[in-house]
Design a protein around this ligand. Structure first.
Ligand code: ADP
Ligand code: ZN
Length: 433
């Protein structure tokens, strides 16, 4: 059985990748300059023309594209082909505001299928697998991206969609599902429901999960593997780049490989906007070099990561990025201290009595910010009485103080008080805004 979905593309020498990237970048820059008035104006404003791109080192001469450019040109202002010529139009889930749109030509769809097929193959999915797609299968790119990749690979897809959690479990049992696709938080909702129904997912045919669409800590990944009895693999992407399929995990489970023949990745200092060398953490910037309906140039993703090129034991030569632990939009500043929800998640999940269901609430008390964390305990812990719960609260509080340096009001709330996620979990309530 082959080791890679596309051996040529996934194991190219760096030099070959760079030659290919430059050729595709030049084509794409010329394409948007000709077809998208927004880009022509932006390039002119920056004093750069397509002919100026003669090597990959010229990439930083091109202007950035930012989320508000998409919002201001909603719905089709950044399309390089008329919407009627697209075979598909998606929109983002709008986690951080007005949704943004993305169009696809027939060839863009084929590329998407290819990128996702690589993702699945690397995750261990094979044509004989039965894959249950518990992502929302609508405007959101996640569901249909996982669909096209599974079709491209040739495995069997069960489009269960998100929600109706009890039925998900019945389908897993009846159809002998071997692979599950969902957000990490929905995977936990499914695991919890299974436990309530007396079904041990570890005893089912499930063997692999491919998760994505939201940040999840390493502790969360292990929790999911343990509760579902699977290997938890990962897909990374965003609507602006066509959806999932930008990067994917491999057998090393360390970092994600970027589909470099389709996307050029850079990392910049979010403040100075200067490109950072490989290995340094900053804001991810992506350029889609083969898409045609809406290729974005130097799109500032607002996710923080680090890029590195090192031999990977899986055999792929594709550039790697760290798993995305945080979107910069999610960063909270609490009494002057920068805080990411994932930091809290890691602390909580290291405490065995605590469940992964939590919400962070920030509010204002006079001039000061107040940080509160509502979290549930594992079901059996509630029987140990109030004293025990108090003890856990104190333990969490002191860990947060010790690791992050903030005083938090931690509350163990009753079982199931926290809303269960069926898609992207909402972990933060900021009452100061
Ligand atoms: P929205 O911005 O409305 O959530 P998208 O569905 O396009 O719209 O979400 C893309 C974002 O989801 C990414 O920029 C990133 O923040 C997050 N994301 C996607 N996949 C992952 C992943 N594997 N790990 C962490 N975050 C992810
Ligand atoms: Zn690898």
């Amino acid at each position: 059985m082959k080791k890679f979905w596309n051996e040529t593309a996934e194991t190219m020498p760096e030099e070959t990748i760079r030659v290919l990237q430059l050729a595709k970048l030049k084509e794409t820059v010329a394409w948007v300059y000709e077809k998208v008035p927004f880009y022509r104006a932006k390039f002119e404003e920056q004093g750069v023309a397509p002919e100026d791109i003669q090597s990959l080192e010229d990439l930083p001469r091109l202007p950035f594209t930012i989320k508000s450019d998409l919002r201001e040109n909603y719905p089709f202002g950044l399309f390089a082909v008329p919407p009627q010529e697209c075979v598909r139009i998606h929109a983002s889930s709008g986690t951080t505001g007005k949704p943004i749109t993305g169009g696809y030509t027939r060839d863009d769809m084929a590329q998407w299928g290819e990128c996702m097929a690589r993702t699945f193959w690397a995750a261990g999915v094979r044509p004989s697998d039965i894959c249950q797609n518990a992502y929302n299968m609508g405007l959101f790119t996640g569901g249909l991206g996982f669909l096209i990749g599974t079709e491209t690979l040739g495995a069997t897809l069960v489009p269960s969609g998100s929600g109706q959690t009890e039925r998900q479990i019945i389908l897993i049992q009846d159809f002998k599902t071997t692979v599950i696709y969902s957000t990490p938080s929905y995977a936990l909702t499914i695991a919890e429901k299974a436990a309530e129904l007396g079904v041990n997912l570890r005893d089912t045919s499930l063997r692999i999960g491919v998760f994505g669409a939201e940040p999840w800590s390493e502790e969360m990944r292990r929790e999911i593997e343990d509760r579902l009895g699977i290997v938890a693999m990962e897909s990374y992407g965003l609507t602006e780049m066509g959806g999932p399929g930008v990067a994917f995990s491999c057998s090393e489970k360390k970092g994600l490989h970027i589909n470099e023949d389709y996307f050029i990745a850079e990392v910049i200092d979010p403040v100075t906007e200067e490109p950072l060398p490989l290995g340094e953490e900053g804001e991810l910037v992506l350029t889609a070099i083969q898409r045609r309906a809406m290729p974005l140039i130097r799109y500032r993703v607002r996710d923080l990561t680090r890029l590195y090129r090192e031999p990977c034991a899986c055999g792929r030569t594709l550039l790697k990025m760290d798993r995305v632990a945080a979107r910069s939009d999610d960063m909270l500043i609490v009494n002057g201290v920068n805080l990411y929800p994932s930091q809290i998640e890691s602390i909580l999940l290291e405490i065995p009595e605590v469940s992964p269901q939590y919400v962070i609430i920030v509010s204002k008390r006079g001039y000061l910010d107040r940080l509160a964390i509502d979290v549930e305990a594992r079901k059996e812990i509630y029987d140990l009485g109030k004293e025990k719960l108090k003890e856990i609260e104190v333990k969490i509080q002191s860990r947060i103080k010790g690791i992050i340096g903030l005083s938090a009001h931690v509350r163990i709330v009753p079982y199931k008080v926290i809303e269960r996620s069926e898609g992207k979990a909402k972990r933060v309530i900021d009452q100061r805004r």
